[in-house]
Design a binder for this molecule. Structure first.
Ligand SMILES: C[S@@+](CC[C@H](N)C(=O)[O-])C[C@H]1O[C@@H](n2cnc3c(N)ncnc32)[C@H](O)[C@@H]1O
Length: 273
């Protein structure tokens, strides 16, 4: 494995921030209109956040963090290791006057020291855990951040979907081909010049190191860290066009034309014992 996975990945994310700031995928009009919204899966699963102390892990440019602040969170802190992402998030929070939101640049593995503990809710979603080598360390960080009885809300690409890629030969229906094994998925040395939010962009920092964590590894890590699963859902959609053959539904989620081929997302809620 590239020993410098952290610096490779951070350079990749730093480069994406200015691209995302101008992209339609990260359209911020709803936040400016004080009507921040999450993706349909998070909207359906998260529940009321009013009055809660929330830690948002791997918050990118903070759009969901700021949405949680607009929903009445007492305090919400977004964490990301990308300095440009944290700068963009802090700037936008100031523009919106959301004083209950703040942003901290830190590696996720240092989150308890960087953010403090005793949170009512940890929120983390979409495209987060593939950047982390050790899913058990991730789960322990979440357990440390939460107060007893506090909850994790987690929404993520379904690990089964992640074995496929449009770069592999498609099947007769145009669906993506098999790319990587489901088990033992990583480290994956990836060279991807494209950005998911800006089709024109060509990334200079195109080499990243990622991991595929199986569903049982995710659930086992949370259980062993002291979190009790309340519910888990598998979804036929996800909030971005993960594959070329997906179509967008009325709820804004992307799904297979027949919806049924494979799951694309998971969401879960787990409570710290
Ligand atoms: C796909 S984005 C997550 C976006 C998220 N769904 C949101 O709320 O907008 C992945 C994020 O993880 C961050 N990241 C990756 N590895 C990290 C690490 N080791 N520690 C902290 N942040 C990390 C990246 O900087 C990036 O902003």
């Amino acid at each position: 494995m590239s020993g410098n996975w952290r610096s490779l990945n951070r350079a990749n994310w730093d480069e994406r921030v200015p691209l995302h700031l101008g992209s339609a995928l990260y359209d911020r009009a709803h936040l400016r209109a004080r009507q921040g919204r999450l993706d349909a899966i998070a909207e359906a699963g998260l529940g009321d956040v009013a009055g809660l102390r929330i830690a948002h892990l791997q918050c990118h440019m903070g759009d969901d963090t700021l949405c949680l602040a607009q929903r009445g969170a007492a305090e919400v802190v977004g964490l990301d290791f990308s300095a440009p992402a944290i700068a963009a998030a802090s700037c936008f929070a100031a523009e919106l006057g959301l004083v209950q939101a703040r942003f901290v640049q830190s590696d996720i593995h240092d989150a308890p020291a960087a953010l403090g503990t005793g949170y009512d809710l940890v929120f983390t979603s979409w495209g987060a855990i593939c950047w982390l080598p050790d899913i058990r360390a991730w789960a322990r960080v979440i357990a440390q951040l939460l107060r007893p009885g506090g909850a994790l809300f987690f929404a993520e690409a379904h690990p089964v979907a992640l074995v496929f890629d449009d770069a592999a030969p498609a099947d007769a229906q145009g669906r993506p081909g098999w790319d990587v094994p489901y088990f033992g998925g990583g480290p994956l040395e990836i060279h991807e010049f494209r950005d998911y939010a800006d089709s024109e962009a060509v990334l200079s920092n195109s080499h990243t190191v990622q991991w595929l964590h199986s569903l049982s590894d995710i659930l086992g890590a949370l259980r062993d860290a002291g979190l009790r699963l309340e519910w888990l859902k598998e979804h036929p959609g996800c909030p971005w066009q993960m594959f070329r053959s997906l179509v967008r539904g009325p709820d804004g989620l992307w799904t297979w034309p027949d919806r049924a081929w494979l799951p694309l997302g998971i969401s879960l809620r787990a409570t710290r014992e």
